[in-house]
Design a protein around this ligand. Structure first.
Ligand SMILES: NC(=O)c1ccc[n+]([C@@H]2O[C@H](COP(=O)([O-])OP(=O)(O)OC[C@H]3O[C@@H](n4cnc5c(N)ncnc54)[C@H](OP(=O)(O)O)[C@@H]3O)[C@@H](O)[C@H]2O)c1
Length: 286
């Protein structure tokens, strides 16, 4: 029997997860079929019930189901509880489902290993207050940043995000600032890291040509990490390069969160080089 695995979300046309997960199963000779299962909100409950069947290994979860899945699994890891979202479901014995979140760990691995940035004791500016921003905030606070400034177009959402973190991490100073030139000027002068977790600059997103910060506020003292992975070179990363800042593209985080999910499902080390190469190839085809 071919075992099934996949990604659920709605819509799913943008997902490149099948392009790098299936080759990983194939590379290890595992008889698993990984597909995109477009799942409208009304169909989520039935899908999750079906996932308990013996032919399933588990699934990845993406927009808009990451929060709802929290209530549809039997166990939730501490990480997923803190982030308030599930991106990976693993099936255990007797069809028991565990919801986990590998986004924060994937982000941190890319930050340290690909960008060469050690967060402990440094200051960081985080743009955005959606699901990805919360995972990034948890990762940075756990890794010991000394200060975290959070800015979002809809300011009350940044307040909610900041409040959800207070009490979980001792010692870090959290501050919500306006997402405009005035609000970001001082934080960007003092910080060593800027992370964009808004969807600005994303192909087919709200504004593919926009940078979320005025380029004049960037400088060589910053590492600029854009979570947007399509296109690989975003308007923000182009501005960072012109300002002499070091840039970090979004694809490695996507691959690492997927690789961690792969390891939860299979108990085997993920073939990272294969996954990265296939991920890049899939983006080139977009
Ligand atoms: N590299 C990776 O592995 C990875 C993983 C997850 C996500 N991502 C990327 O991260 C981005 C955010 O994902 P998400 O899941 O957090 O999405 P989300 O929950 O929908 O949040 C979207 C964020 O973008 C902001 N935004 C949207 N349109 C904007 C505009 N016109 N001007 C200013 N801000 C705007 C939103 O601000 P408001 O609150 O004001 O609406 C919100 O903060 C996406 O591009 C996604 O592809 C990458």
């Amino acid at each position: 029997m071919t075992i099934r695995c996949g990604v659920i979300g709605y819509p799913l046309a943008h997902s490149i997860s099948p392009a790098f997960q299936q080759p990983a199963f194939d590379y290890l000779g595992l008889d698993v079929s990984y597909r995109a299962y477009e799942t409208p909100p009304g169909a989520l409950g039935a899908f999750m019930q079906g996932l308990r069947g013996e032919e399933w290994l588990g699934c990845n979860v993406t927009i808009p189901h990451k929060r709802e899945v929290l209530d549809l699994v039997d166990d939730v890891t501490e990480e997923a509880r803190l982030i308030g979202a599930v991106n990976t479901v693993a099936k255990g014995p007797a069809g028991r489902l565990t919801g986990d979140n590998t986004d924060a760990a994937g982000f941190l691995k890319a930050l340290i290993e690909d960008a060469g940035f050690e967060p402990r004791g440094r200051g960081a500016v985080l743009l955005g207050a959606g699901g990805a921003a919360l995972a990034v905030a948890v990762a940075l606070l756990r890794a010991g940043v000394s200060r975290l400034w959070i800015a979002n177009r809809t300011a009350p959402r940044a307040d909610v995000l900041a409040r959800s973190l207070v009490g979980h991490f001792d010692g870090a100073r959290l501050e919500v600032v306006a997402m405009d030139g005035q609000g970001l000027r001082r934080p960007l002068a003092e910080a060593s890291l800027l992370v964009n977790s808004t969807s600005l600059g994303m192909a087919h997103g709200p504004d593919p040509d926009a940078s979320p910060v005025p380029p004049s506020l960037l400088g060589p003292h910053l590492v600029v990490y854009d979570l947007v992975y399509n296109p690989p070179q975003t308007p923000l990363l182009e501005a960072a390069s012109r300002a002499g800042a070091r840039g970090q593209e979004g694809l490695p985080m996507l691959i690492y969160q997927g690789a961690l999910a792969f390891e939860r499902w299979t108990g085997r080390p993920a073939p990272l080089a294969v996954m990265m190469e296939r991920g890049r190839r899939a983006l080139r085809g977009r």
